[in-house]
Design a protein around this ligand. Sequence first.
Ligand code: KIV
Ligand code: NA
Length: 263
Amino acid sequence: RQAITVPKLQTMRDAGEKIAMLTCYDASFASLLDRAGVDVLLIGDSLGNVLQGQTTTLPVSLDDIAYHTACVARAQPRALIAADLPFGTYGTPAEAFASSVKLMRAGAQMVKLEGGEWLADTVRFLVERSVPVCAHVGLTPQSVHAFGGFKVQGKTEAGANQLMRDALAMQNAGAQMVLMEAVPTLVATDVTKQLRVPTIGIGAGLECSGQVLVLHDMLGIFPGKRPRFVKDFMQGQPSIFAAVEAYVRAVKDGSFPGPEHTF
Ligand code: KIV
Ligand code: NA
């Protein structure tokens, strides 16, 4: 099968083909997820929660993400490899670039950062220097202490307007993809219609250009609290491979997420 590239994600979005993304942190899962048809493998800072047992993503280091990115890259997947810039590693454009270089040298083809309007200069700085960027807006878990908890974002009219401004600012700064977490379906749908780049949803409704879940959540093996947007795809499946295939199918045919997974 053909390799998934950043331009290919745009082609998929333009053709109305849904993008199936999952988090992935090691070579064995990278190989399995790739064979099951996942388009994008994200080395998410959720590894702080699901691998390290932390209660937030804040303690995750750049070395942690680089290590797991290198593990995933050794599987040589056809899927695109995207990696999170952890908390505190993109405080200035120059720092963001140095951090991104480290992740790209480890095998990342795109970096993801959490931010909106205020991060536009940083995103432009990266994109101009050939670092493909996915911008994560809405519930940005690195902001947990600023938010006062993990809360749905964009619920008020002012919040919805801010989310739209953030998404547009990220696109206009050159971000090639925008990921929205835990925002009302109506707001995420509006953003997806306004943007020309692909949108990826997690708790953001069915109208996004693609979906993402944390691997350990969709396999039902994370012992912590399960957010509303999670579906356990192991239910009724004989193997992990079959569960991942079921996820890819459900994303591609629009049967996931259902109304019970959205806000
Ligand atoms: O770290 C992560 O897994 C993420 C996804 C939830 C989008 O950022
Ligand atoms: Na993340």
